[in-house]
Ligand binder design. Structure first.
Ligand code: NAD
Length: 322
């Protein structure tokens, strides 16, 4: 499989490392021409260009990976699909529901893969969390909340919702498999006008389930945590933990039948299933290549991307007070 990649910055270099191991990374494209020598030294078999169109003109390329800044994603992904190539595009693949719907429709019409970079969905801990939810082990899921806080990295353009929230949102929507009917976001741009550093989000779903996200790069705690509260059990995914990524709490509300109406609580075992330490990024890249080969459900990944962008747009409208 011959792959080209646009954008080899801080994150893009990780994607390039994986694609150079899993496929033939035939083209590397970065608008920063002063990186030509450094990148060619790292990938001597690849061709370098600063012009995406030059790369797209190579008919032997099967797929393109996009890891450029967010505002460029939609335009570049559209050009890739129009050139008849499969595309992996870093999160979020577009900035409005209208844009993502257009990309999904284009990919569908051309029978191409449009896969957003929702890294956490390939994290073995999140895969286990989803299994626990789908197997009904938590009973009925009532609410989910995510904590993604740290001091830094302070981004100059994307706010905490778009930079950090995409990760948690992709997981929440994947776990609940519903689109929110209500989305409220409150935040403040303390450091740079118009770029919110701290954002609190509330989501309500048609089933009545609710979710919350605390997103911040102005925080003393480094937290990468997702908590799922069910009627039978409660589960915490903590990506800061080395071994205990998932903790299952046999804790639940409980009502004794002989004392009708009175709520008590039940506390049982606390356990941690073993979670494989495979690199989520490698699993994500492998999944993309499998979809390109025609394996798996390519519609699902595109639909997941669209669902996340739609919810992001709802939250952004709320944040901006519209
Ligand atoms: N999945 C994750 O966990 C994760 C983590 C970090 C970043 N990201 C995403 O990866 C993307 C890149 O982030 P980053 O931190 O690497 O940014 P970056 O600024 O470090 O790198 C972007 C690169 O793209 C190049 N570029 C810009 N416009 C271009 C164009 N039109 N054509 C070709 N090259 C172009 C720049 O020269 C730069 O080298 C963003 O969308 C970000 O949201 C994802």
């Amino acid at each position: 499989m011959r792959v080209g990649q646009a954008g080899l910055g801080n994150w893009g270099k990780n994607l390039a490392r994986n694609f150079s191991e899993l496929a033939d990374l035939a083209w590397i494209c970065d608008s920063a021409d002063d990186r030509r020598e450094e990148l060619l030294a790292r990938y001597p078999r690849a061709r370098f260009t600063t012009d995406v169109d030059e790369m797209l003109a190579d008919s032997s390329l099967d797929a393109i990976v996009i890891a450029t800044p967010v505002p460029t994603h939609y335009e570049l992904a559209k050009r890739v699909l129009e050139a008849g190539k499969h595309v992996f595009v870093e999160k979020p693949p577009a900035m409005t529901a209208g844009e993502i719907d257009e990309l999904v429709e284009l990919a569908e019409r051309r029978s191409l893969v449009l896969m957003p970079g929702h890294l956490l969905l390939y994290h073995p801990g999140i895969v286990r969390l989803k299994e626990l939810v789908d197997e009904g082990q938590l009973g009925e899921v009532l609410c989910v909340y995510g904590n993604r806080q740290n001091l830094g990295v302070i981004r100059p353009y994307e706010n905490a919702l778009w930079s950090l929230g995409v990760h948690d949102l992709s997981v929440i929507l994947h776990l609940l498999d519903e689109d929110p009917v209500e989305a409220i976001a409150l935040g403040r741009d303390f450091l740079q006008p118009g770029v919110e550093d701290v954002v609190f989000c509330y989501l309500r779903f048609p089933s009545g389930k609710i979710a919350h996200m605390h997103l911040s790069w102005l925080d003393p705690h480094k937290m990468r945590k997702m908590t799922v509260v069910g009627t039978e059990k409660m589960v915490v995914f903590d990506d800061m933990e080395l071994e205990r990524k998932i903790t299952v709490y046999e804790k639940a509300p409980w009502r004794a039948s002989d004392r009708y109406g009175e709520w008590q609580t039940r506390t049982g075992d606390i356990s941690s299933p073993r979670i494989a330490s495979d690199e989520p990024l490698k699993l994500e890249c492998e999944h993309f290549l499998a979809l390109v080969r025609g394996e798996g459900d390519r519609r699902q990944v595109a639909a997941d991307g669209a669902r996340v962008v739609r919810a992001l747009e709802m939250l952004t409208d709320s944040l901006r007070g519209s």
